[in-house]
Design a protein around this ligand. Structure first.
Ligand code: WQD
Length: 340
């Protein structure tokens, strides 16, 4: 199938493109390069031997998007969005405009040209503060703790309402828990600009001695070691979940929702010690105050994706730590982001 991948040069997007190629699909990448580099496509080509067509555009630019769709696509995987929680608090209008506004304009084009299969990159953040664990897809979305989270809730609502108004749509929401790691080749991975906000890239940079120590945001949570619990899932498992979804659900009208997680929770300090033992490195850390908006514990119910998509996470925490470290040492992580 010819699949349009919006945000296809991003961290998750580039891994989704690899998984789609490996599943026999023909991805076409559209990206505005606001948070990624064109050289990611070299990495995709070196892994798969296939160089996907690329259009440098913003998904809200309807003329450019229509041109990229050309004679048509069989489906869309929509990952283009900004995802920095802190930045979304500081610049809410940019986030609502870029994430929600552009998505509405994109959906107008897809409706007009007759595309009706869409897989959306959603997030466990839509559940808000967990009331019960594990988080299940039939639970109501909660109150987001930041504008980024609200944009994910709003984008799901826009797509669900569109599918309700026009039953020819097949909409799938994939709610990621915490995607981490990198493709085992070390040729693509997470390249945050400046100081990382997410845990795994920060741990990797401390291990590489780019940063002196890891700030641990809160050691007084009601968890087994006092640090927050998350459901970390290998980014290639997440990517393969997209290939499964686009194959299994295209043409299945209505709205389908799946968690992409491992169903296992890991504390911050457990991840740190796994990283150290897997890679034989040291990751010094210091306790800091809790980070506003963080939840103590969250992890996924994973039965539905196993049942409907025949998908489950295959890679464990050690694989995630090994592949993250291999990417960090590849030098590409350093060259692709201003480390200081
Ligand atoms: C994980 C844990 C931190 C950095 C966010 C978004 C989510 C998704 C993934 C986009 C927390 C702790 C972190 C550090 C730390 N983003 N931490 N020191 O916040 O669970 O999820 O990123 O799709 O939507 O909400 O991920 O990696 O930022 O934090 O102690 O330097 O690590 O407090 O407990 P999070 P994270």
């Amino acid at each position: 199938m010819r699949i349009l991948v919006t945000g296809g040069t991003g961290f998750v997007g580039s891994h989704v493109v690899v998984a789609l190629i490996e599943a026999g699909h023909e991805p076409v990448i559209v990206d505005n390069l606001s948070n990624s580099k064109l050289s990611v496509i070299d990495g995709i080509e070196s892994i798969t031997g296939f160089r996907p067509p690329f259009f440098h555009l913003d998904v809200g630019d309807q003329l450019a998007l229509r041109d990229a769709i050309g004679e048509g696509v069989d489906g869309v995987v929509h990952l283009a969005a900004w995802k920095a929680v802190g930045e979304s608090v500081a610049k809410p209008l940019r986030y609502y405009g870029n994430n929600v506004g552009a998505t509405v304009r994109m959906l107008e084009v897809l409706s007009e040209v007759g595309v009706r299969n869409l897989v959306f990159s959603s997030s466990a953040t839509v559940y808000g503060e967990p009331q019960e664990l594990p988080l299940r897809e039939d639970m109501a979305t909660g109150r987001a703790t930041n504008p980024y989270g609200w944009t994910k809730i709003m984008m799901e609502q826009v797509m669900a309402d569109l599918a309700f108004s026009d039953p020819s749509w097949s909409m799938t929401f994939l709610r990621y828990f915490n995607p981490v790691g990198a493709h085992e080749s070390g040729r693509i991975g997470e390249a945050p600009h400046g100081e990382p906000t997410n845990l795994m890239p920060y741990v990797s940079q401390v291990a590489a001695e780019i940063r002196p120590s890891l700030p641990v945001f809160g050691t007084d949570y009601p968890t087994r070691d006092g640090t927050p619990i998350r459901d970390y899932v290998h980014v290639m498992d997440v990517a393969e979940g997209h290939a499964r979804a686009i194959g299994a659900l295209s043409g299945e009208i209505g709205t389908h929702i799946y968690n992409l997680g491992t169903g296992r929770g890991t504390t911050v300090l457990e991840l740190v010690s796994e990283f150290e033992s897997t890679n034989q490195v040291s990751v010094p850390w210091q306790g800091h105050a809790r980070r506003p908006g963080d939840v103590a514990e969250t992890w996924a119910a994973v039965e539905r994706a196993e049942r409907d998509l025949d998908w489950r996470a295959k890679r464990d925490l050690s694989d995630m730590c090994r592949d993250a470290w291999h990417w960090q040492r590849s030098g590409l992580a350093a060259s692709r982001s201003d480390q200081h």
